[in-house]
Structure formats: C-alpha cells, structure tokens
Ligand binder design. Structure first.
Ligand code: ADQ
Length: 762
C-alpha cells in the first residue's frame, strides 16, 4: 500500500514536471501574443488619426492664416470628437494652444508638455501619454509655411484605455486556457503512467516477491510495458521453477536416502562438523535442568519450554557445555563454586554452567526480554514497553553471558550456539574478543516485518549484535525474508538474496530457515506399552475422565498461546453442538510462566476464572467440560495425556514453531488422533494435514473441534500417518545436523563464498 502511494507520488512528480514546462511555454506564448495584438490595435488608432489629419489639414492651414485668437472660431465644431476619438487641438509655433475640442481641453497642458519635449523639426509623430490616469494616444502633425518655418501643430487625440482592457481580457483568457491545458496534461500523464507503467511494474514486483518466497505463485502478470519484458519474465519464472524443482527433488532425494536421524548419527555428524578439539557450547537464558526444593531436599525438574525440549537431546548426543541462568531455589546448592554441574541427573553427559543474577538484574533484564522484545516480535496485540533502564541491564546481562562463554572456552576452540532473543547481543560480544570462533544464533520466536521492528529504540544495536554470528537460524523462510528486509532498511549492508547472506562492515552472516523439532518420545524416558496404559488409566481415574473423549492442550500460560480463545471456542462448540456435551472434555495442561510479571499472573487468574465459568455453565453431575491442570508436569504425564487424547489443540496467536503440535503427532502411535493447529504457528507450514484454524474466528474454531471429534476413522489415520512421516523425518537430530552443517567452516565469511542449501549428511 505504502509503495503504491510512493509510486503514485513519483508519477505525480513526473506529471507536474511536464505540466510545468508546458505551462511556462504556454504562458510565454500568450504574453507575446497579447503584446502583438496590442501593437496592432495601436497601429489601427494611428492610421485613423493620420486619415483625420489629412482630411482636416487644409482647414487648419486656412484657420492659421488668420489671427491666432480666431483659430478656434474658424475651426468651430470640427475639433470635437466622439467615442474613442477625444478630439483635436491646434497649437501655435510656441506650443501654446490656439483651439481644442471640448474633451481635449482638460489635457492641453500634458499635450503641450509633450510637444515641447519633442523636436519641432519632426514633421509628424505619434506617442502615448498618461493624463488623469487615462492612456491617450496623440498624433501630431507640424504645419509649415512656404518658407519652411513652423506655423503650428495639429494634434489628434484618442483615448486608448480600451486597448489595455482588451489586452487584459485576452491575457486572462489565454492564461485560463494554459491552466486548463496544464491540468489536463497532469491528469493524462499521471493516469497514463500509472496504467501503462506503474501498475504493471508494481504487479511485476509483487509477483517476483511471491516467486521468491512462495512455493507456487501464479503465472507472471499478463500485461507489461514491453514485449521483451513479458518474454523475459516468462523465462525467469520457468527457470526459477525449474531450479526450485531441482532443489526440491535434490533435497527430497537426500531426505529419502537419509530419512530418519538418530542421536548416534547426529553425534558422528557433529564430530565431523565441529572438527577435532572444538567443543560445543550452548548459551540460553533458560536452563535445561533446574533444582527446586521438595520436602527440604533438592529435586531436579525440566522447565517447560521449547528451547530446552529442543536443545537438551542435542547436547545429550554431542556433549559440551550449556551456559544458562540458574533460577531454581536449590540451584546454588547443587552446583560447584563456578556454578558447574553435570547433567542430566540420571545419566550425566554434558556440563551445565549456571550464571547468577541478582533480583534487580533479573527484573530489568527480563523486563527488556519479556516487555519489549517478546511483544515486539510476537504479534499478539500486546504493546511493547521499552525502558532504558531495562535495556542497560539487558546489555550488561548479555555481557555476563558472553563472558561466561569466553571463560568456558578459555584458549580452546568451540562452536557456540547462542539461543533466542534474550541473547541478541552475545554473538557480537563474543566475536569482539574471539573473532576466530564459529558462532550461530538461533532465533526461536518469529521475526516479524520490518514495520514491527522499526519501533524498537535499540533496533540497530540488536541487529549488529545478532550479525556477530556466522549463521542466524529462524524457523521459517518468511522470518528469514523479514530479517533480510529489516537489515536492508536499517543498516548499511550488502545483501546477497540468492544465497541469503548479509554482509555488514565486511563480515558475512548466513541466514537460514531451520524448522526446529522434537526428540522421539521413546528417548525421553517415558512409559510405553502396558506401563503407558496403566499411567493413562490412572490419569483418567484421577481426573474423572472415564468414558469421555479427550481434547488436550499443553502450553506455558502465555498471551501468545491463545488460551482464552481456545476456551471460548470450546464453550461455543458445546453450545452449538449440544449432542457432544458429556462426551468430550478439554484437558488443558497449563504451566505457569514468567510469574514475576503481573500481566502473566493476571492472565493465569483470568484463565482459571474463565474455565470455572464454562464449567458452571455446562457441567453435569458426571461430567466436567474443562479440566484445567495448572502445573509444570513431568514428561511422562505430558506424553500420557497426548497419547490418550483423540484431539490436540494448538491455538497460538503467533508462535515461532510450536513443539507441542509435533509432540502430539509423535505420541499418536495408534494414528487415531486429530490435530487442530493455528495458522499463526510456524508448525502450520509443515503440518498441513492438521485442521488449520484461525484462533480469532470462534465460529470456525468451534466447527473444527466438531469436525475433529466426528472425523471418520480412515481420514484420521490417513492424516496422522502423513503428519507422522513429516515429523519422523524432520526430528530434532536432523535440525541440529542441518544447523551445524550451516555454520561456515571459517568465520568472517564473505558473500563470495559458495553457500548452497543446507542439507545435513553423515
Ligand atoms: P515456547 O513457546 O516455550 O518456546 P513451545 O514450542 O510451545 O515453546 O514448546 C513448549 C514445550 O514446553 C513443549 O515441549 C511442551 O511439552 C512443554 N510444556 C508446555 N506446557 C507444559 C506443561 N504444563 N508441563 C510440562 N511441559 C509443558 C519458543 C517459541 C516456540 C518454539 C520453541 C522452540 O515460542 O514457537 O517452538 O521456542 O524453538
């Protein structure tokens, strides 16, 4: 829209320029024409004056032969004028008036002065003078005696104010025509430029954009300003499609050969990618294992959240160090003096290094993360708050994490995987000290359009911090495109859009879509077979779920997850389709999150109240429509609920990926589940066999729940098998392998380097 307005402004500018030139030429021509016609009118008056002089000259001669005081009597009424001819006058040789018409008399002094001024030797002359504010045209003829001496001067006087009036009228008419012509020209130029060039080129630009980011855009725009452009555009589309198909087929073939990635295969691949003597270092704000106090004794729990779910299996497979903020009440007691311990507690295989923050540092640092950057990137209608004091702490804490990374690496070599928006400045901070290290930043949340990022007062610092990485990963191609557009608009940068590389101040950073995934449930130590059946039966009994179908949701309690929208749609489903009351229960596992922030506490309270209201409205003695289980559940419980649910609901208002959708697919061993998935979750790009909904559309959402519970068995199985295949083939090990392969071998890469699609191979 903005670009269309800019384009229209540009056309208008061209139109105004052309119109300006035409207007100037028209004005000059009209002015010249008016002058010319004024000269013709004056000549005409002079001709009439000359004719009158000739007619009266004999009579004037005769009158001058007599005494001077009788000239007037002899001339009589002949000197009076009519209409534009004011009349005539006779002057003596000394330029004193001898006789004058009645209308000329008032102007005698002015005429006499003019006669004085001019040489008596001139036989006749015409001139214009202004008397009493009127323009008068006088024609004077010298009358000579036989000996050549001056006998008198005969003067014919015209009032020529009509010539000025006529010229003025002509000028006004002419300027009006010029103005109308100019206006018409502006409209024509702007209209024709818009229709013939701007609009088709705008369509062409839109189409090229779609060709770049979509899988199968429609054919190129039909009408373009030149035939050559049409044929070249068709050729470009054909080549692009061919290249894309080849890449797709190549990737498909590679995937077919490689198919499923395992932790063992990732380990081998990681050794290849890391090289000898390079350790893997992960840095994130959330820790993979947190120690809380239960009955006065430390107890390890896994905090809920996508970063941990995704990265822990990678470190378990590859080993290394994970640096994170220690938040558990018993965290200090379970770590050594340097904040280090080995994890997972059951089978230690990598080091966790905890970083400590004071309460004041904690509040300001997470204030910047959760009040500013999070709502800016996740478009869930929460207004970001940018506080300078928070930013100062954000910079300081990023420095602390970067220092911890550098301390862990010491003089050695490492590949550093920096995680998410809480660490945006860490890549450049590490790079400043160790330019040789290979650094990757993975951004777990969406990267919105440049317009959304523009509002951030620290946008440039954040971008420069991120660009310290050799590779920046996002979940989707769309986020990569948005990121490059942001760089393009905000920084002085060279972009290679073919290879998705941004070069700023001589350093190149690759930008890649790397959709994150999850680990197979079997590797997470959860029950299977009979043990799982027992856990499911126990949970059904505990929560009074016998004999009902279960729709499940598993989320951190966060505004972006669309939990009120989910409850509202479920209530509407019960209202609209009463035949399902008593037969379906929504079990919502809700992990409290960011409780140090008031709006998160309020959101949890609102959710609890809303669930109670719905329960009061629909519950019967034997059935409760919503079971809201507010807790951070262990993996076994999450898995059991996901496997027993015939429907899973993910209704994010905006989500980078959403791992729960994938966890549900992997939990459905009987292929009888149905996934309802928000179109605003990144996962919807990959899991197209889900029922994709708009969570804001309560009507559509409620209908989707109905469709899911009533879906025929065969359709459920078909959809779930296709979803399963997709998640099996794109598990977390493959993601990690592609991420490691994507980090260039040497840092400080330049755009000239070969950087084709990232396909991990072992
Ligand atoms: P999140 O939004 O935290 O992180 P999400 O993809 O929703 O991540 O995954 C949440 C994880 O926490 C899942 O593994 C889920 O099982 C677990 N979980 C949720 N509620 C729980 C509960 N009550 N008890 C126990 N476990 C629970 C960010 C981005 C996402 C992106 C991930 C990974 O916001 O868009 O998918 O990172 O990149």
């Amino acid at each position: 829209m903005t670009s269309a307005i800019l384009q229209a402004a540009r056309s208008l500018r061209a139109g105004l320029l052309i119109a300006g030139v035409v207007g100037l030429l028209g004005t000059a021509f009209t002015w010249r024409q008016t002058r010319h016609e004024r000269a013709i009118d004056t000549e005409d008056i002079d001709r009439r004056a000359r004719a009158l002089s000739h007619v009266l000259s004999y009579t004037v001669h005769e009158a001058l032969l007599g005494p001077a005081d009788q000239v007037a009597t002899r001339m009589g009424k002949r000197l009076d004028g009519y209409s534009r001819l004011l009349g005539c006058a006779v002057f003596g040789p000394d330029a004193r008036v001898l006789a004058a018409g009645s209308q000329v008399a008032p102007h005698e002094p002015a005429i006499a002065a003019e006669l004085h001024r001019l040489s008596p030797a001139e036989p006749e002359f015409s001139t214009t003078l202004h008397a009493d504010g009127r323009p008068l045209r006088i024609r004077a003829e010298r009358l000579l005696r036989d000996d050549g001496t001056l006998r008198g001067t005969f003067v014919v006087v015209h009032d020529v104010s009509f010539i000025d009036e006529r010229a003025q009228a002509r000028l006004t008419r002419g300027m009006l025509v010029v103005l109308l012509t100019t206006l018409l020209l502006v409209v024509l130029v702007v209209g024709v430029t818009w229709l013939a060039y701007d609009r088709p080129l705008q369509h062409l630009a839109d189409w090229m954009r779609r060709l770049r980011i979509e899988d199968s855009p429609e054919s190129p725009p039909g009408w373009l300003p030149s035939d050559r452009l049409v044929s070249e555009t068709h050729r470009l589309a054909a080549s692009y499609r061919a290249a894309r198909t080849a890449t797709f087929e190549g990737a498909h073939e590679a995937a077919r050969v490689d198919r499923v990635w395992t932790s063992g295969r990732l380990r081998t691949h990681a050794l290849d990618c890391l090289g000898i003597g390079n350790q893997l270092v992960v840095v994130s704000s959330r820790e993979p294992y947190m120690h809380v106090l239960r009955d006065g004794r430390p107890h390890a729990v896994v905090p809920p959240g996508g970063v941990v779910t995704a990265l822990d299996p990678v470190l378990q497979a590859c080993g290394g160090v994970w640096i994170a903020h220690g938040t558990g009440a018993a965290d200090r007691d379970t770590a050594d003096a340097g904040g280090r311990l080995t994890v997972p507690p059951t089978a230690p295989c990598y080091t966790l290094r905890r970083v400590w923050l004071t309460p004041a540092e904690h509040d300001a640092y997470y204030g910047c993360c959760n009040d500013a950057i999070w709502p800016m990137c996740l478009l869930a209608h929460e207004r970001p708050v940018f506080r300078t004091s928070d930013w100062t702490q954000y910079v300081a804490m990023n420095r602390r994490f970067a220092d911890a990374v550098l301390e862990e690496i010491g003089g050695g070599n490492a590949v550093v995987l920096v995680q998410d928006y809480q660490m945006a400045l860490v890549p450049q901070m590490i790079r400043d000290v160790r330019p040789d290290l290979r650094i990757c930043l993975f951004w777990h949340i969406p990267w919105p359009s440049v317009e959304a990022i523009r509002i951030c007062p620290w946008r440039e610092e954040i971008l420069r911090g991120m660009l310290g990485a050799d590779l920046i990963g996002f979940h989707l191609q769309q986020y990569c495109n948005n990121f490059l557009d942001t760089i393009d608009r905000m920084l002085e940068a060279r972009l290679d859009r073919d290879h998705f590389v941004a070069e700023v101040r001589g350093r190149a950073t690759r930008v890649r879509p790397l959709p994150i995934s999850v680990q197979p449930w079997a590797e997470r130590g959860v029950e299977a077979g009979a043990a799982l059946d027992r856990r499911v039966a126990a949970l059904r009994q505990e929560h009074h779920l016998q004999g009902v179908e279960i729709a499940v949701g598993v989320d951190r309690v966060d505004h972006t997850k669309g939990l009120p929208e989910r409850l509202r749609a479920f209530a509407h489903f019960l209202h609209k389709y009463p035949q399902h009351r008593g037969r379906v229960t929504l079990v919502q596992l809700a992990a409290p999150s960011r409780l140090h922030l008031k709006r998160y506490r309020d959101h949890l309270d609102e959710l609890v109240r809303f669930a109670e209201e719905i329960n009061q409205q629909f519950a019967t003695a034997a059935w409760q429509p919503i079971q809201l289980l507010v807790d951070q559940h262990d993996a076994g419980t999450v898995h059991a609920f996901l496997s027993m649910a015939s429907v899973a609901i993910v209704s994010s208002l905006h989500d980078g990926m959403n791992l729960v959708a994938k966890e549900y697919v992997l939990a459905q061993d009987g292929f009888q589940g149905c996934l309802i998935l928000s179109e605003f979750a990144g996962a919807a790009q990959q899991l197209s066999d889900a029922l994709v909904i708009n969570p804001y559309d309560t009507e559509q959402f409620a209908d989707a729940i109905r469709y899911a519970v009533e879906m025929p068995v065969d359709e459920r199985a078909d959809r779930m098998r296709r979803l399963r295949r997709q998640v099996d083939e794109h598990n977390i090990y493959r993601w990690a392998a592609e991420l490691l392969s994507g980090i260039p071998a040497g840092s400080a890469t330049r755009t000239g380097m070969a950087s084709g699609p990232v396909v991990a191979r072992s």
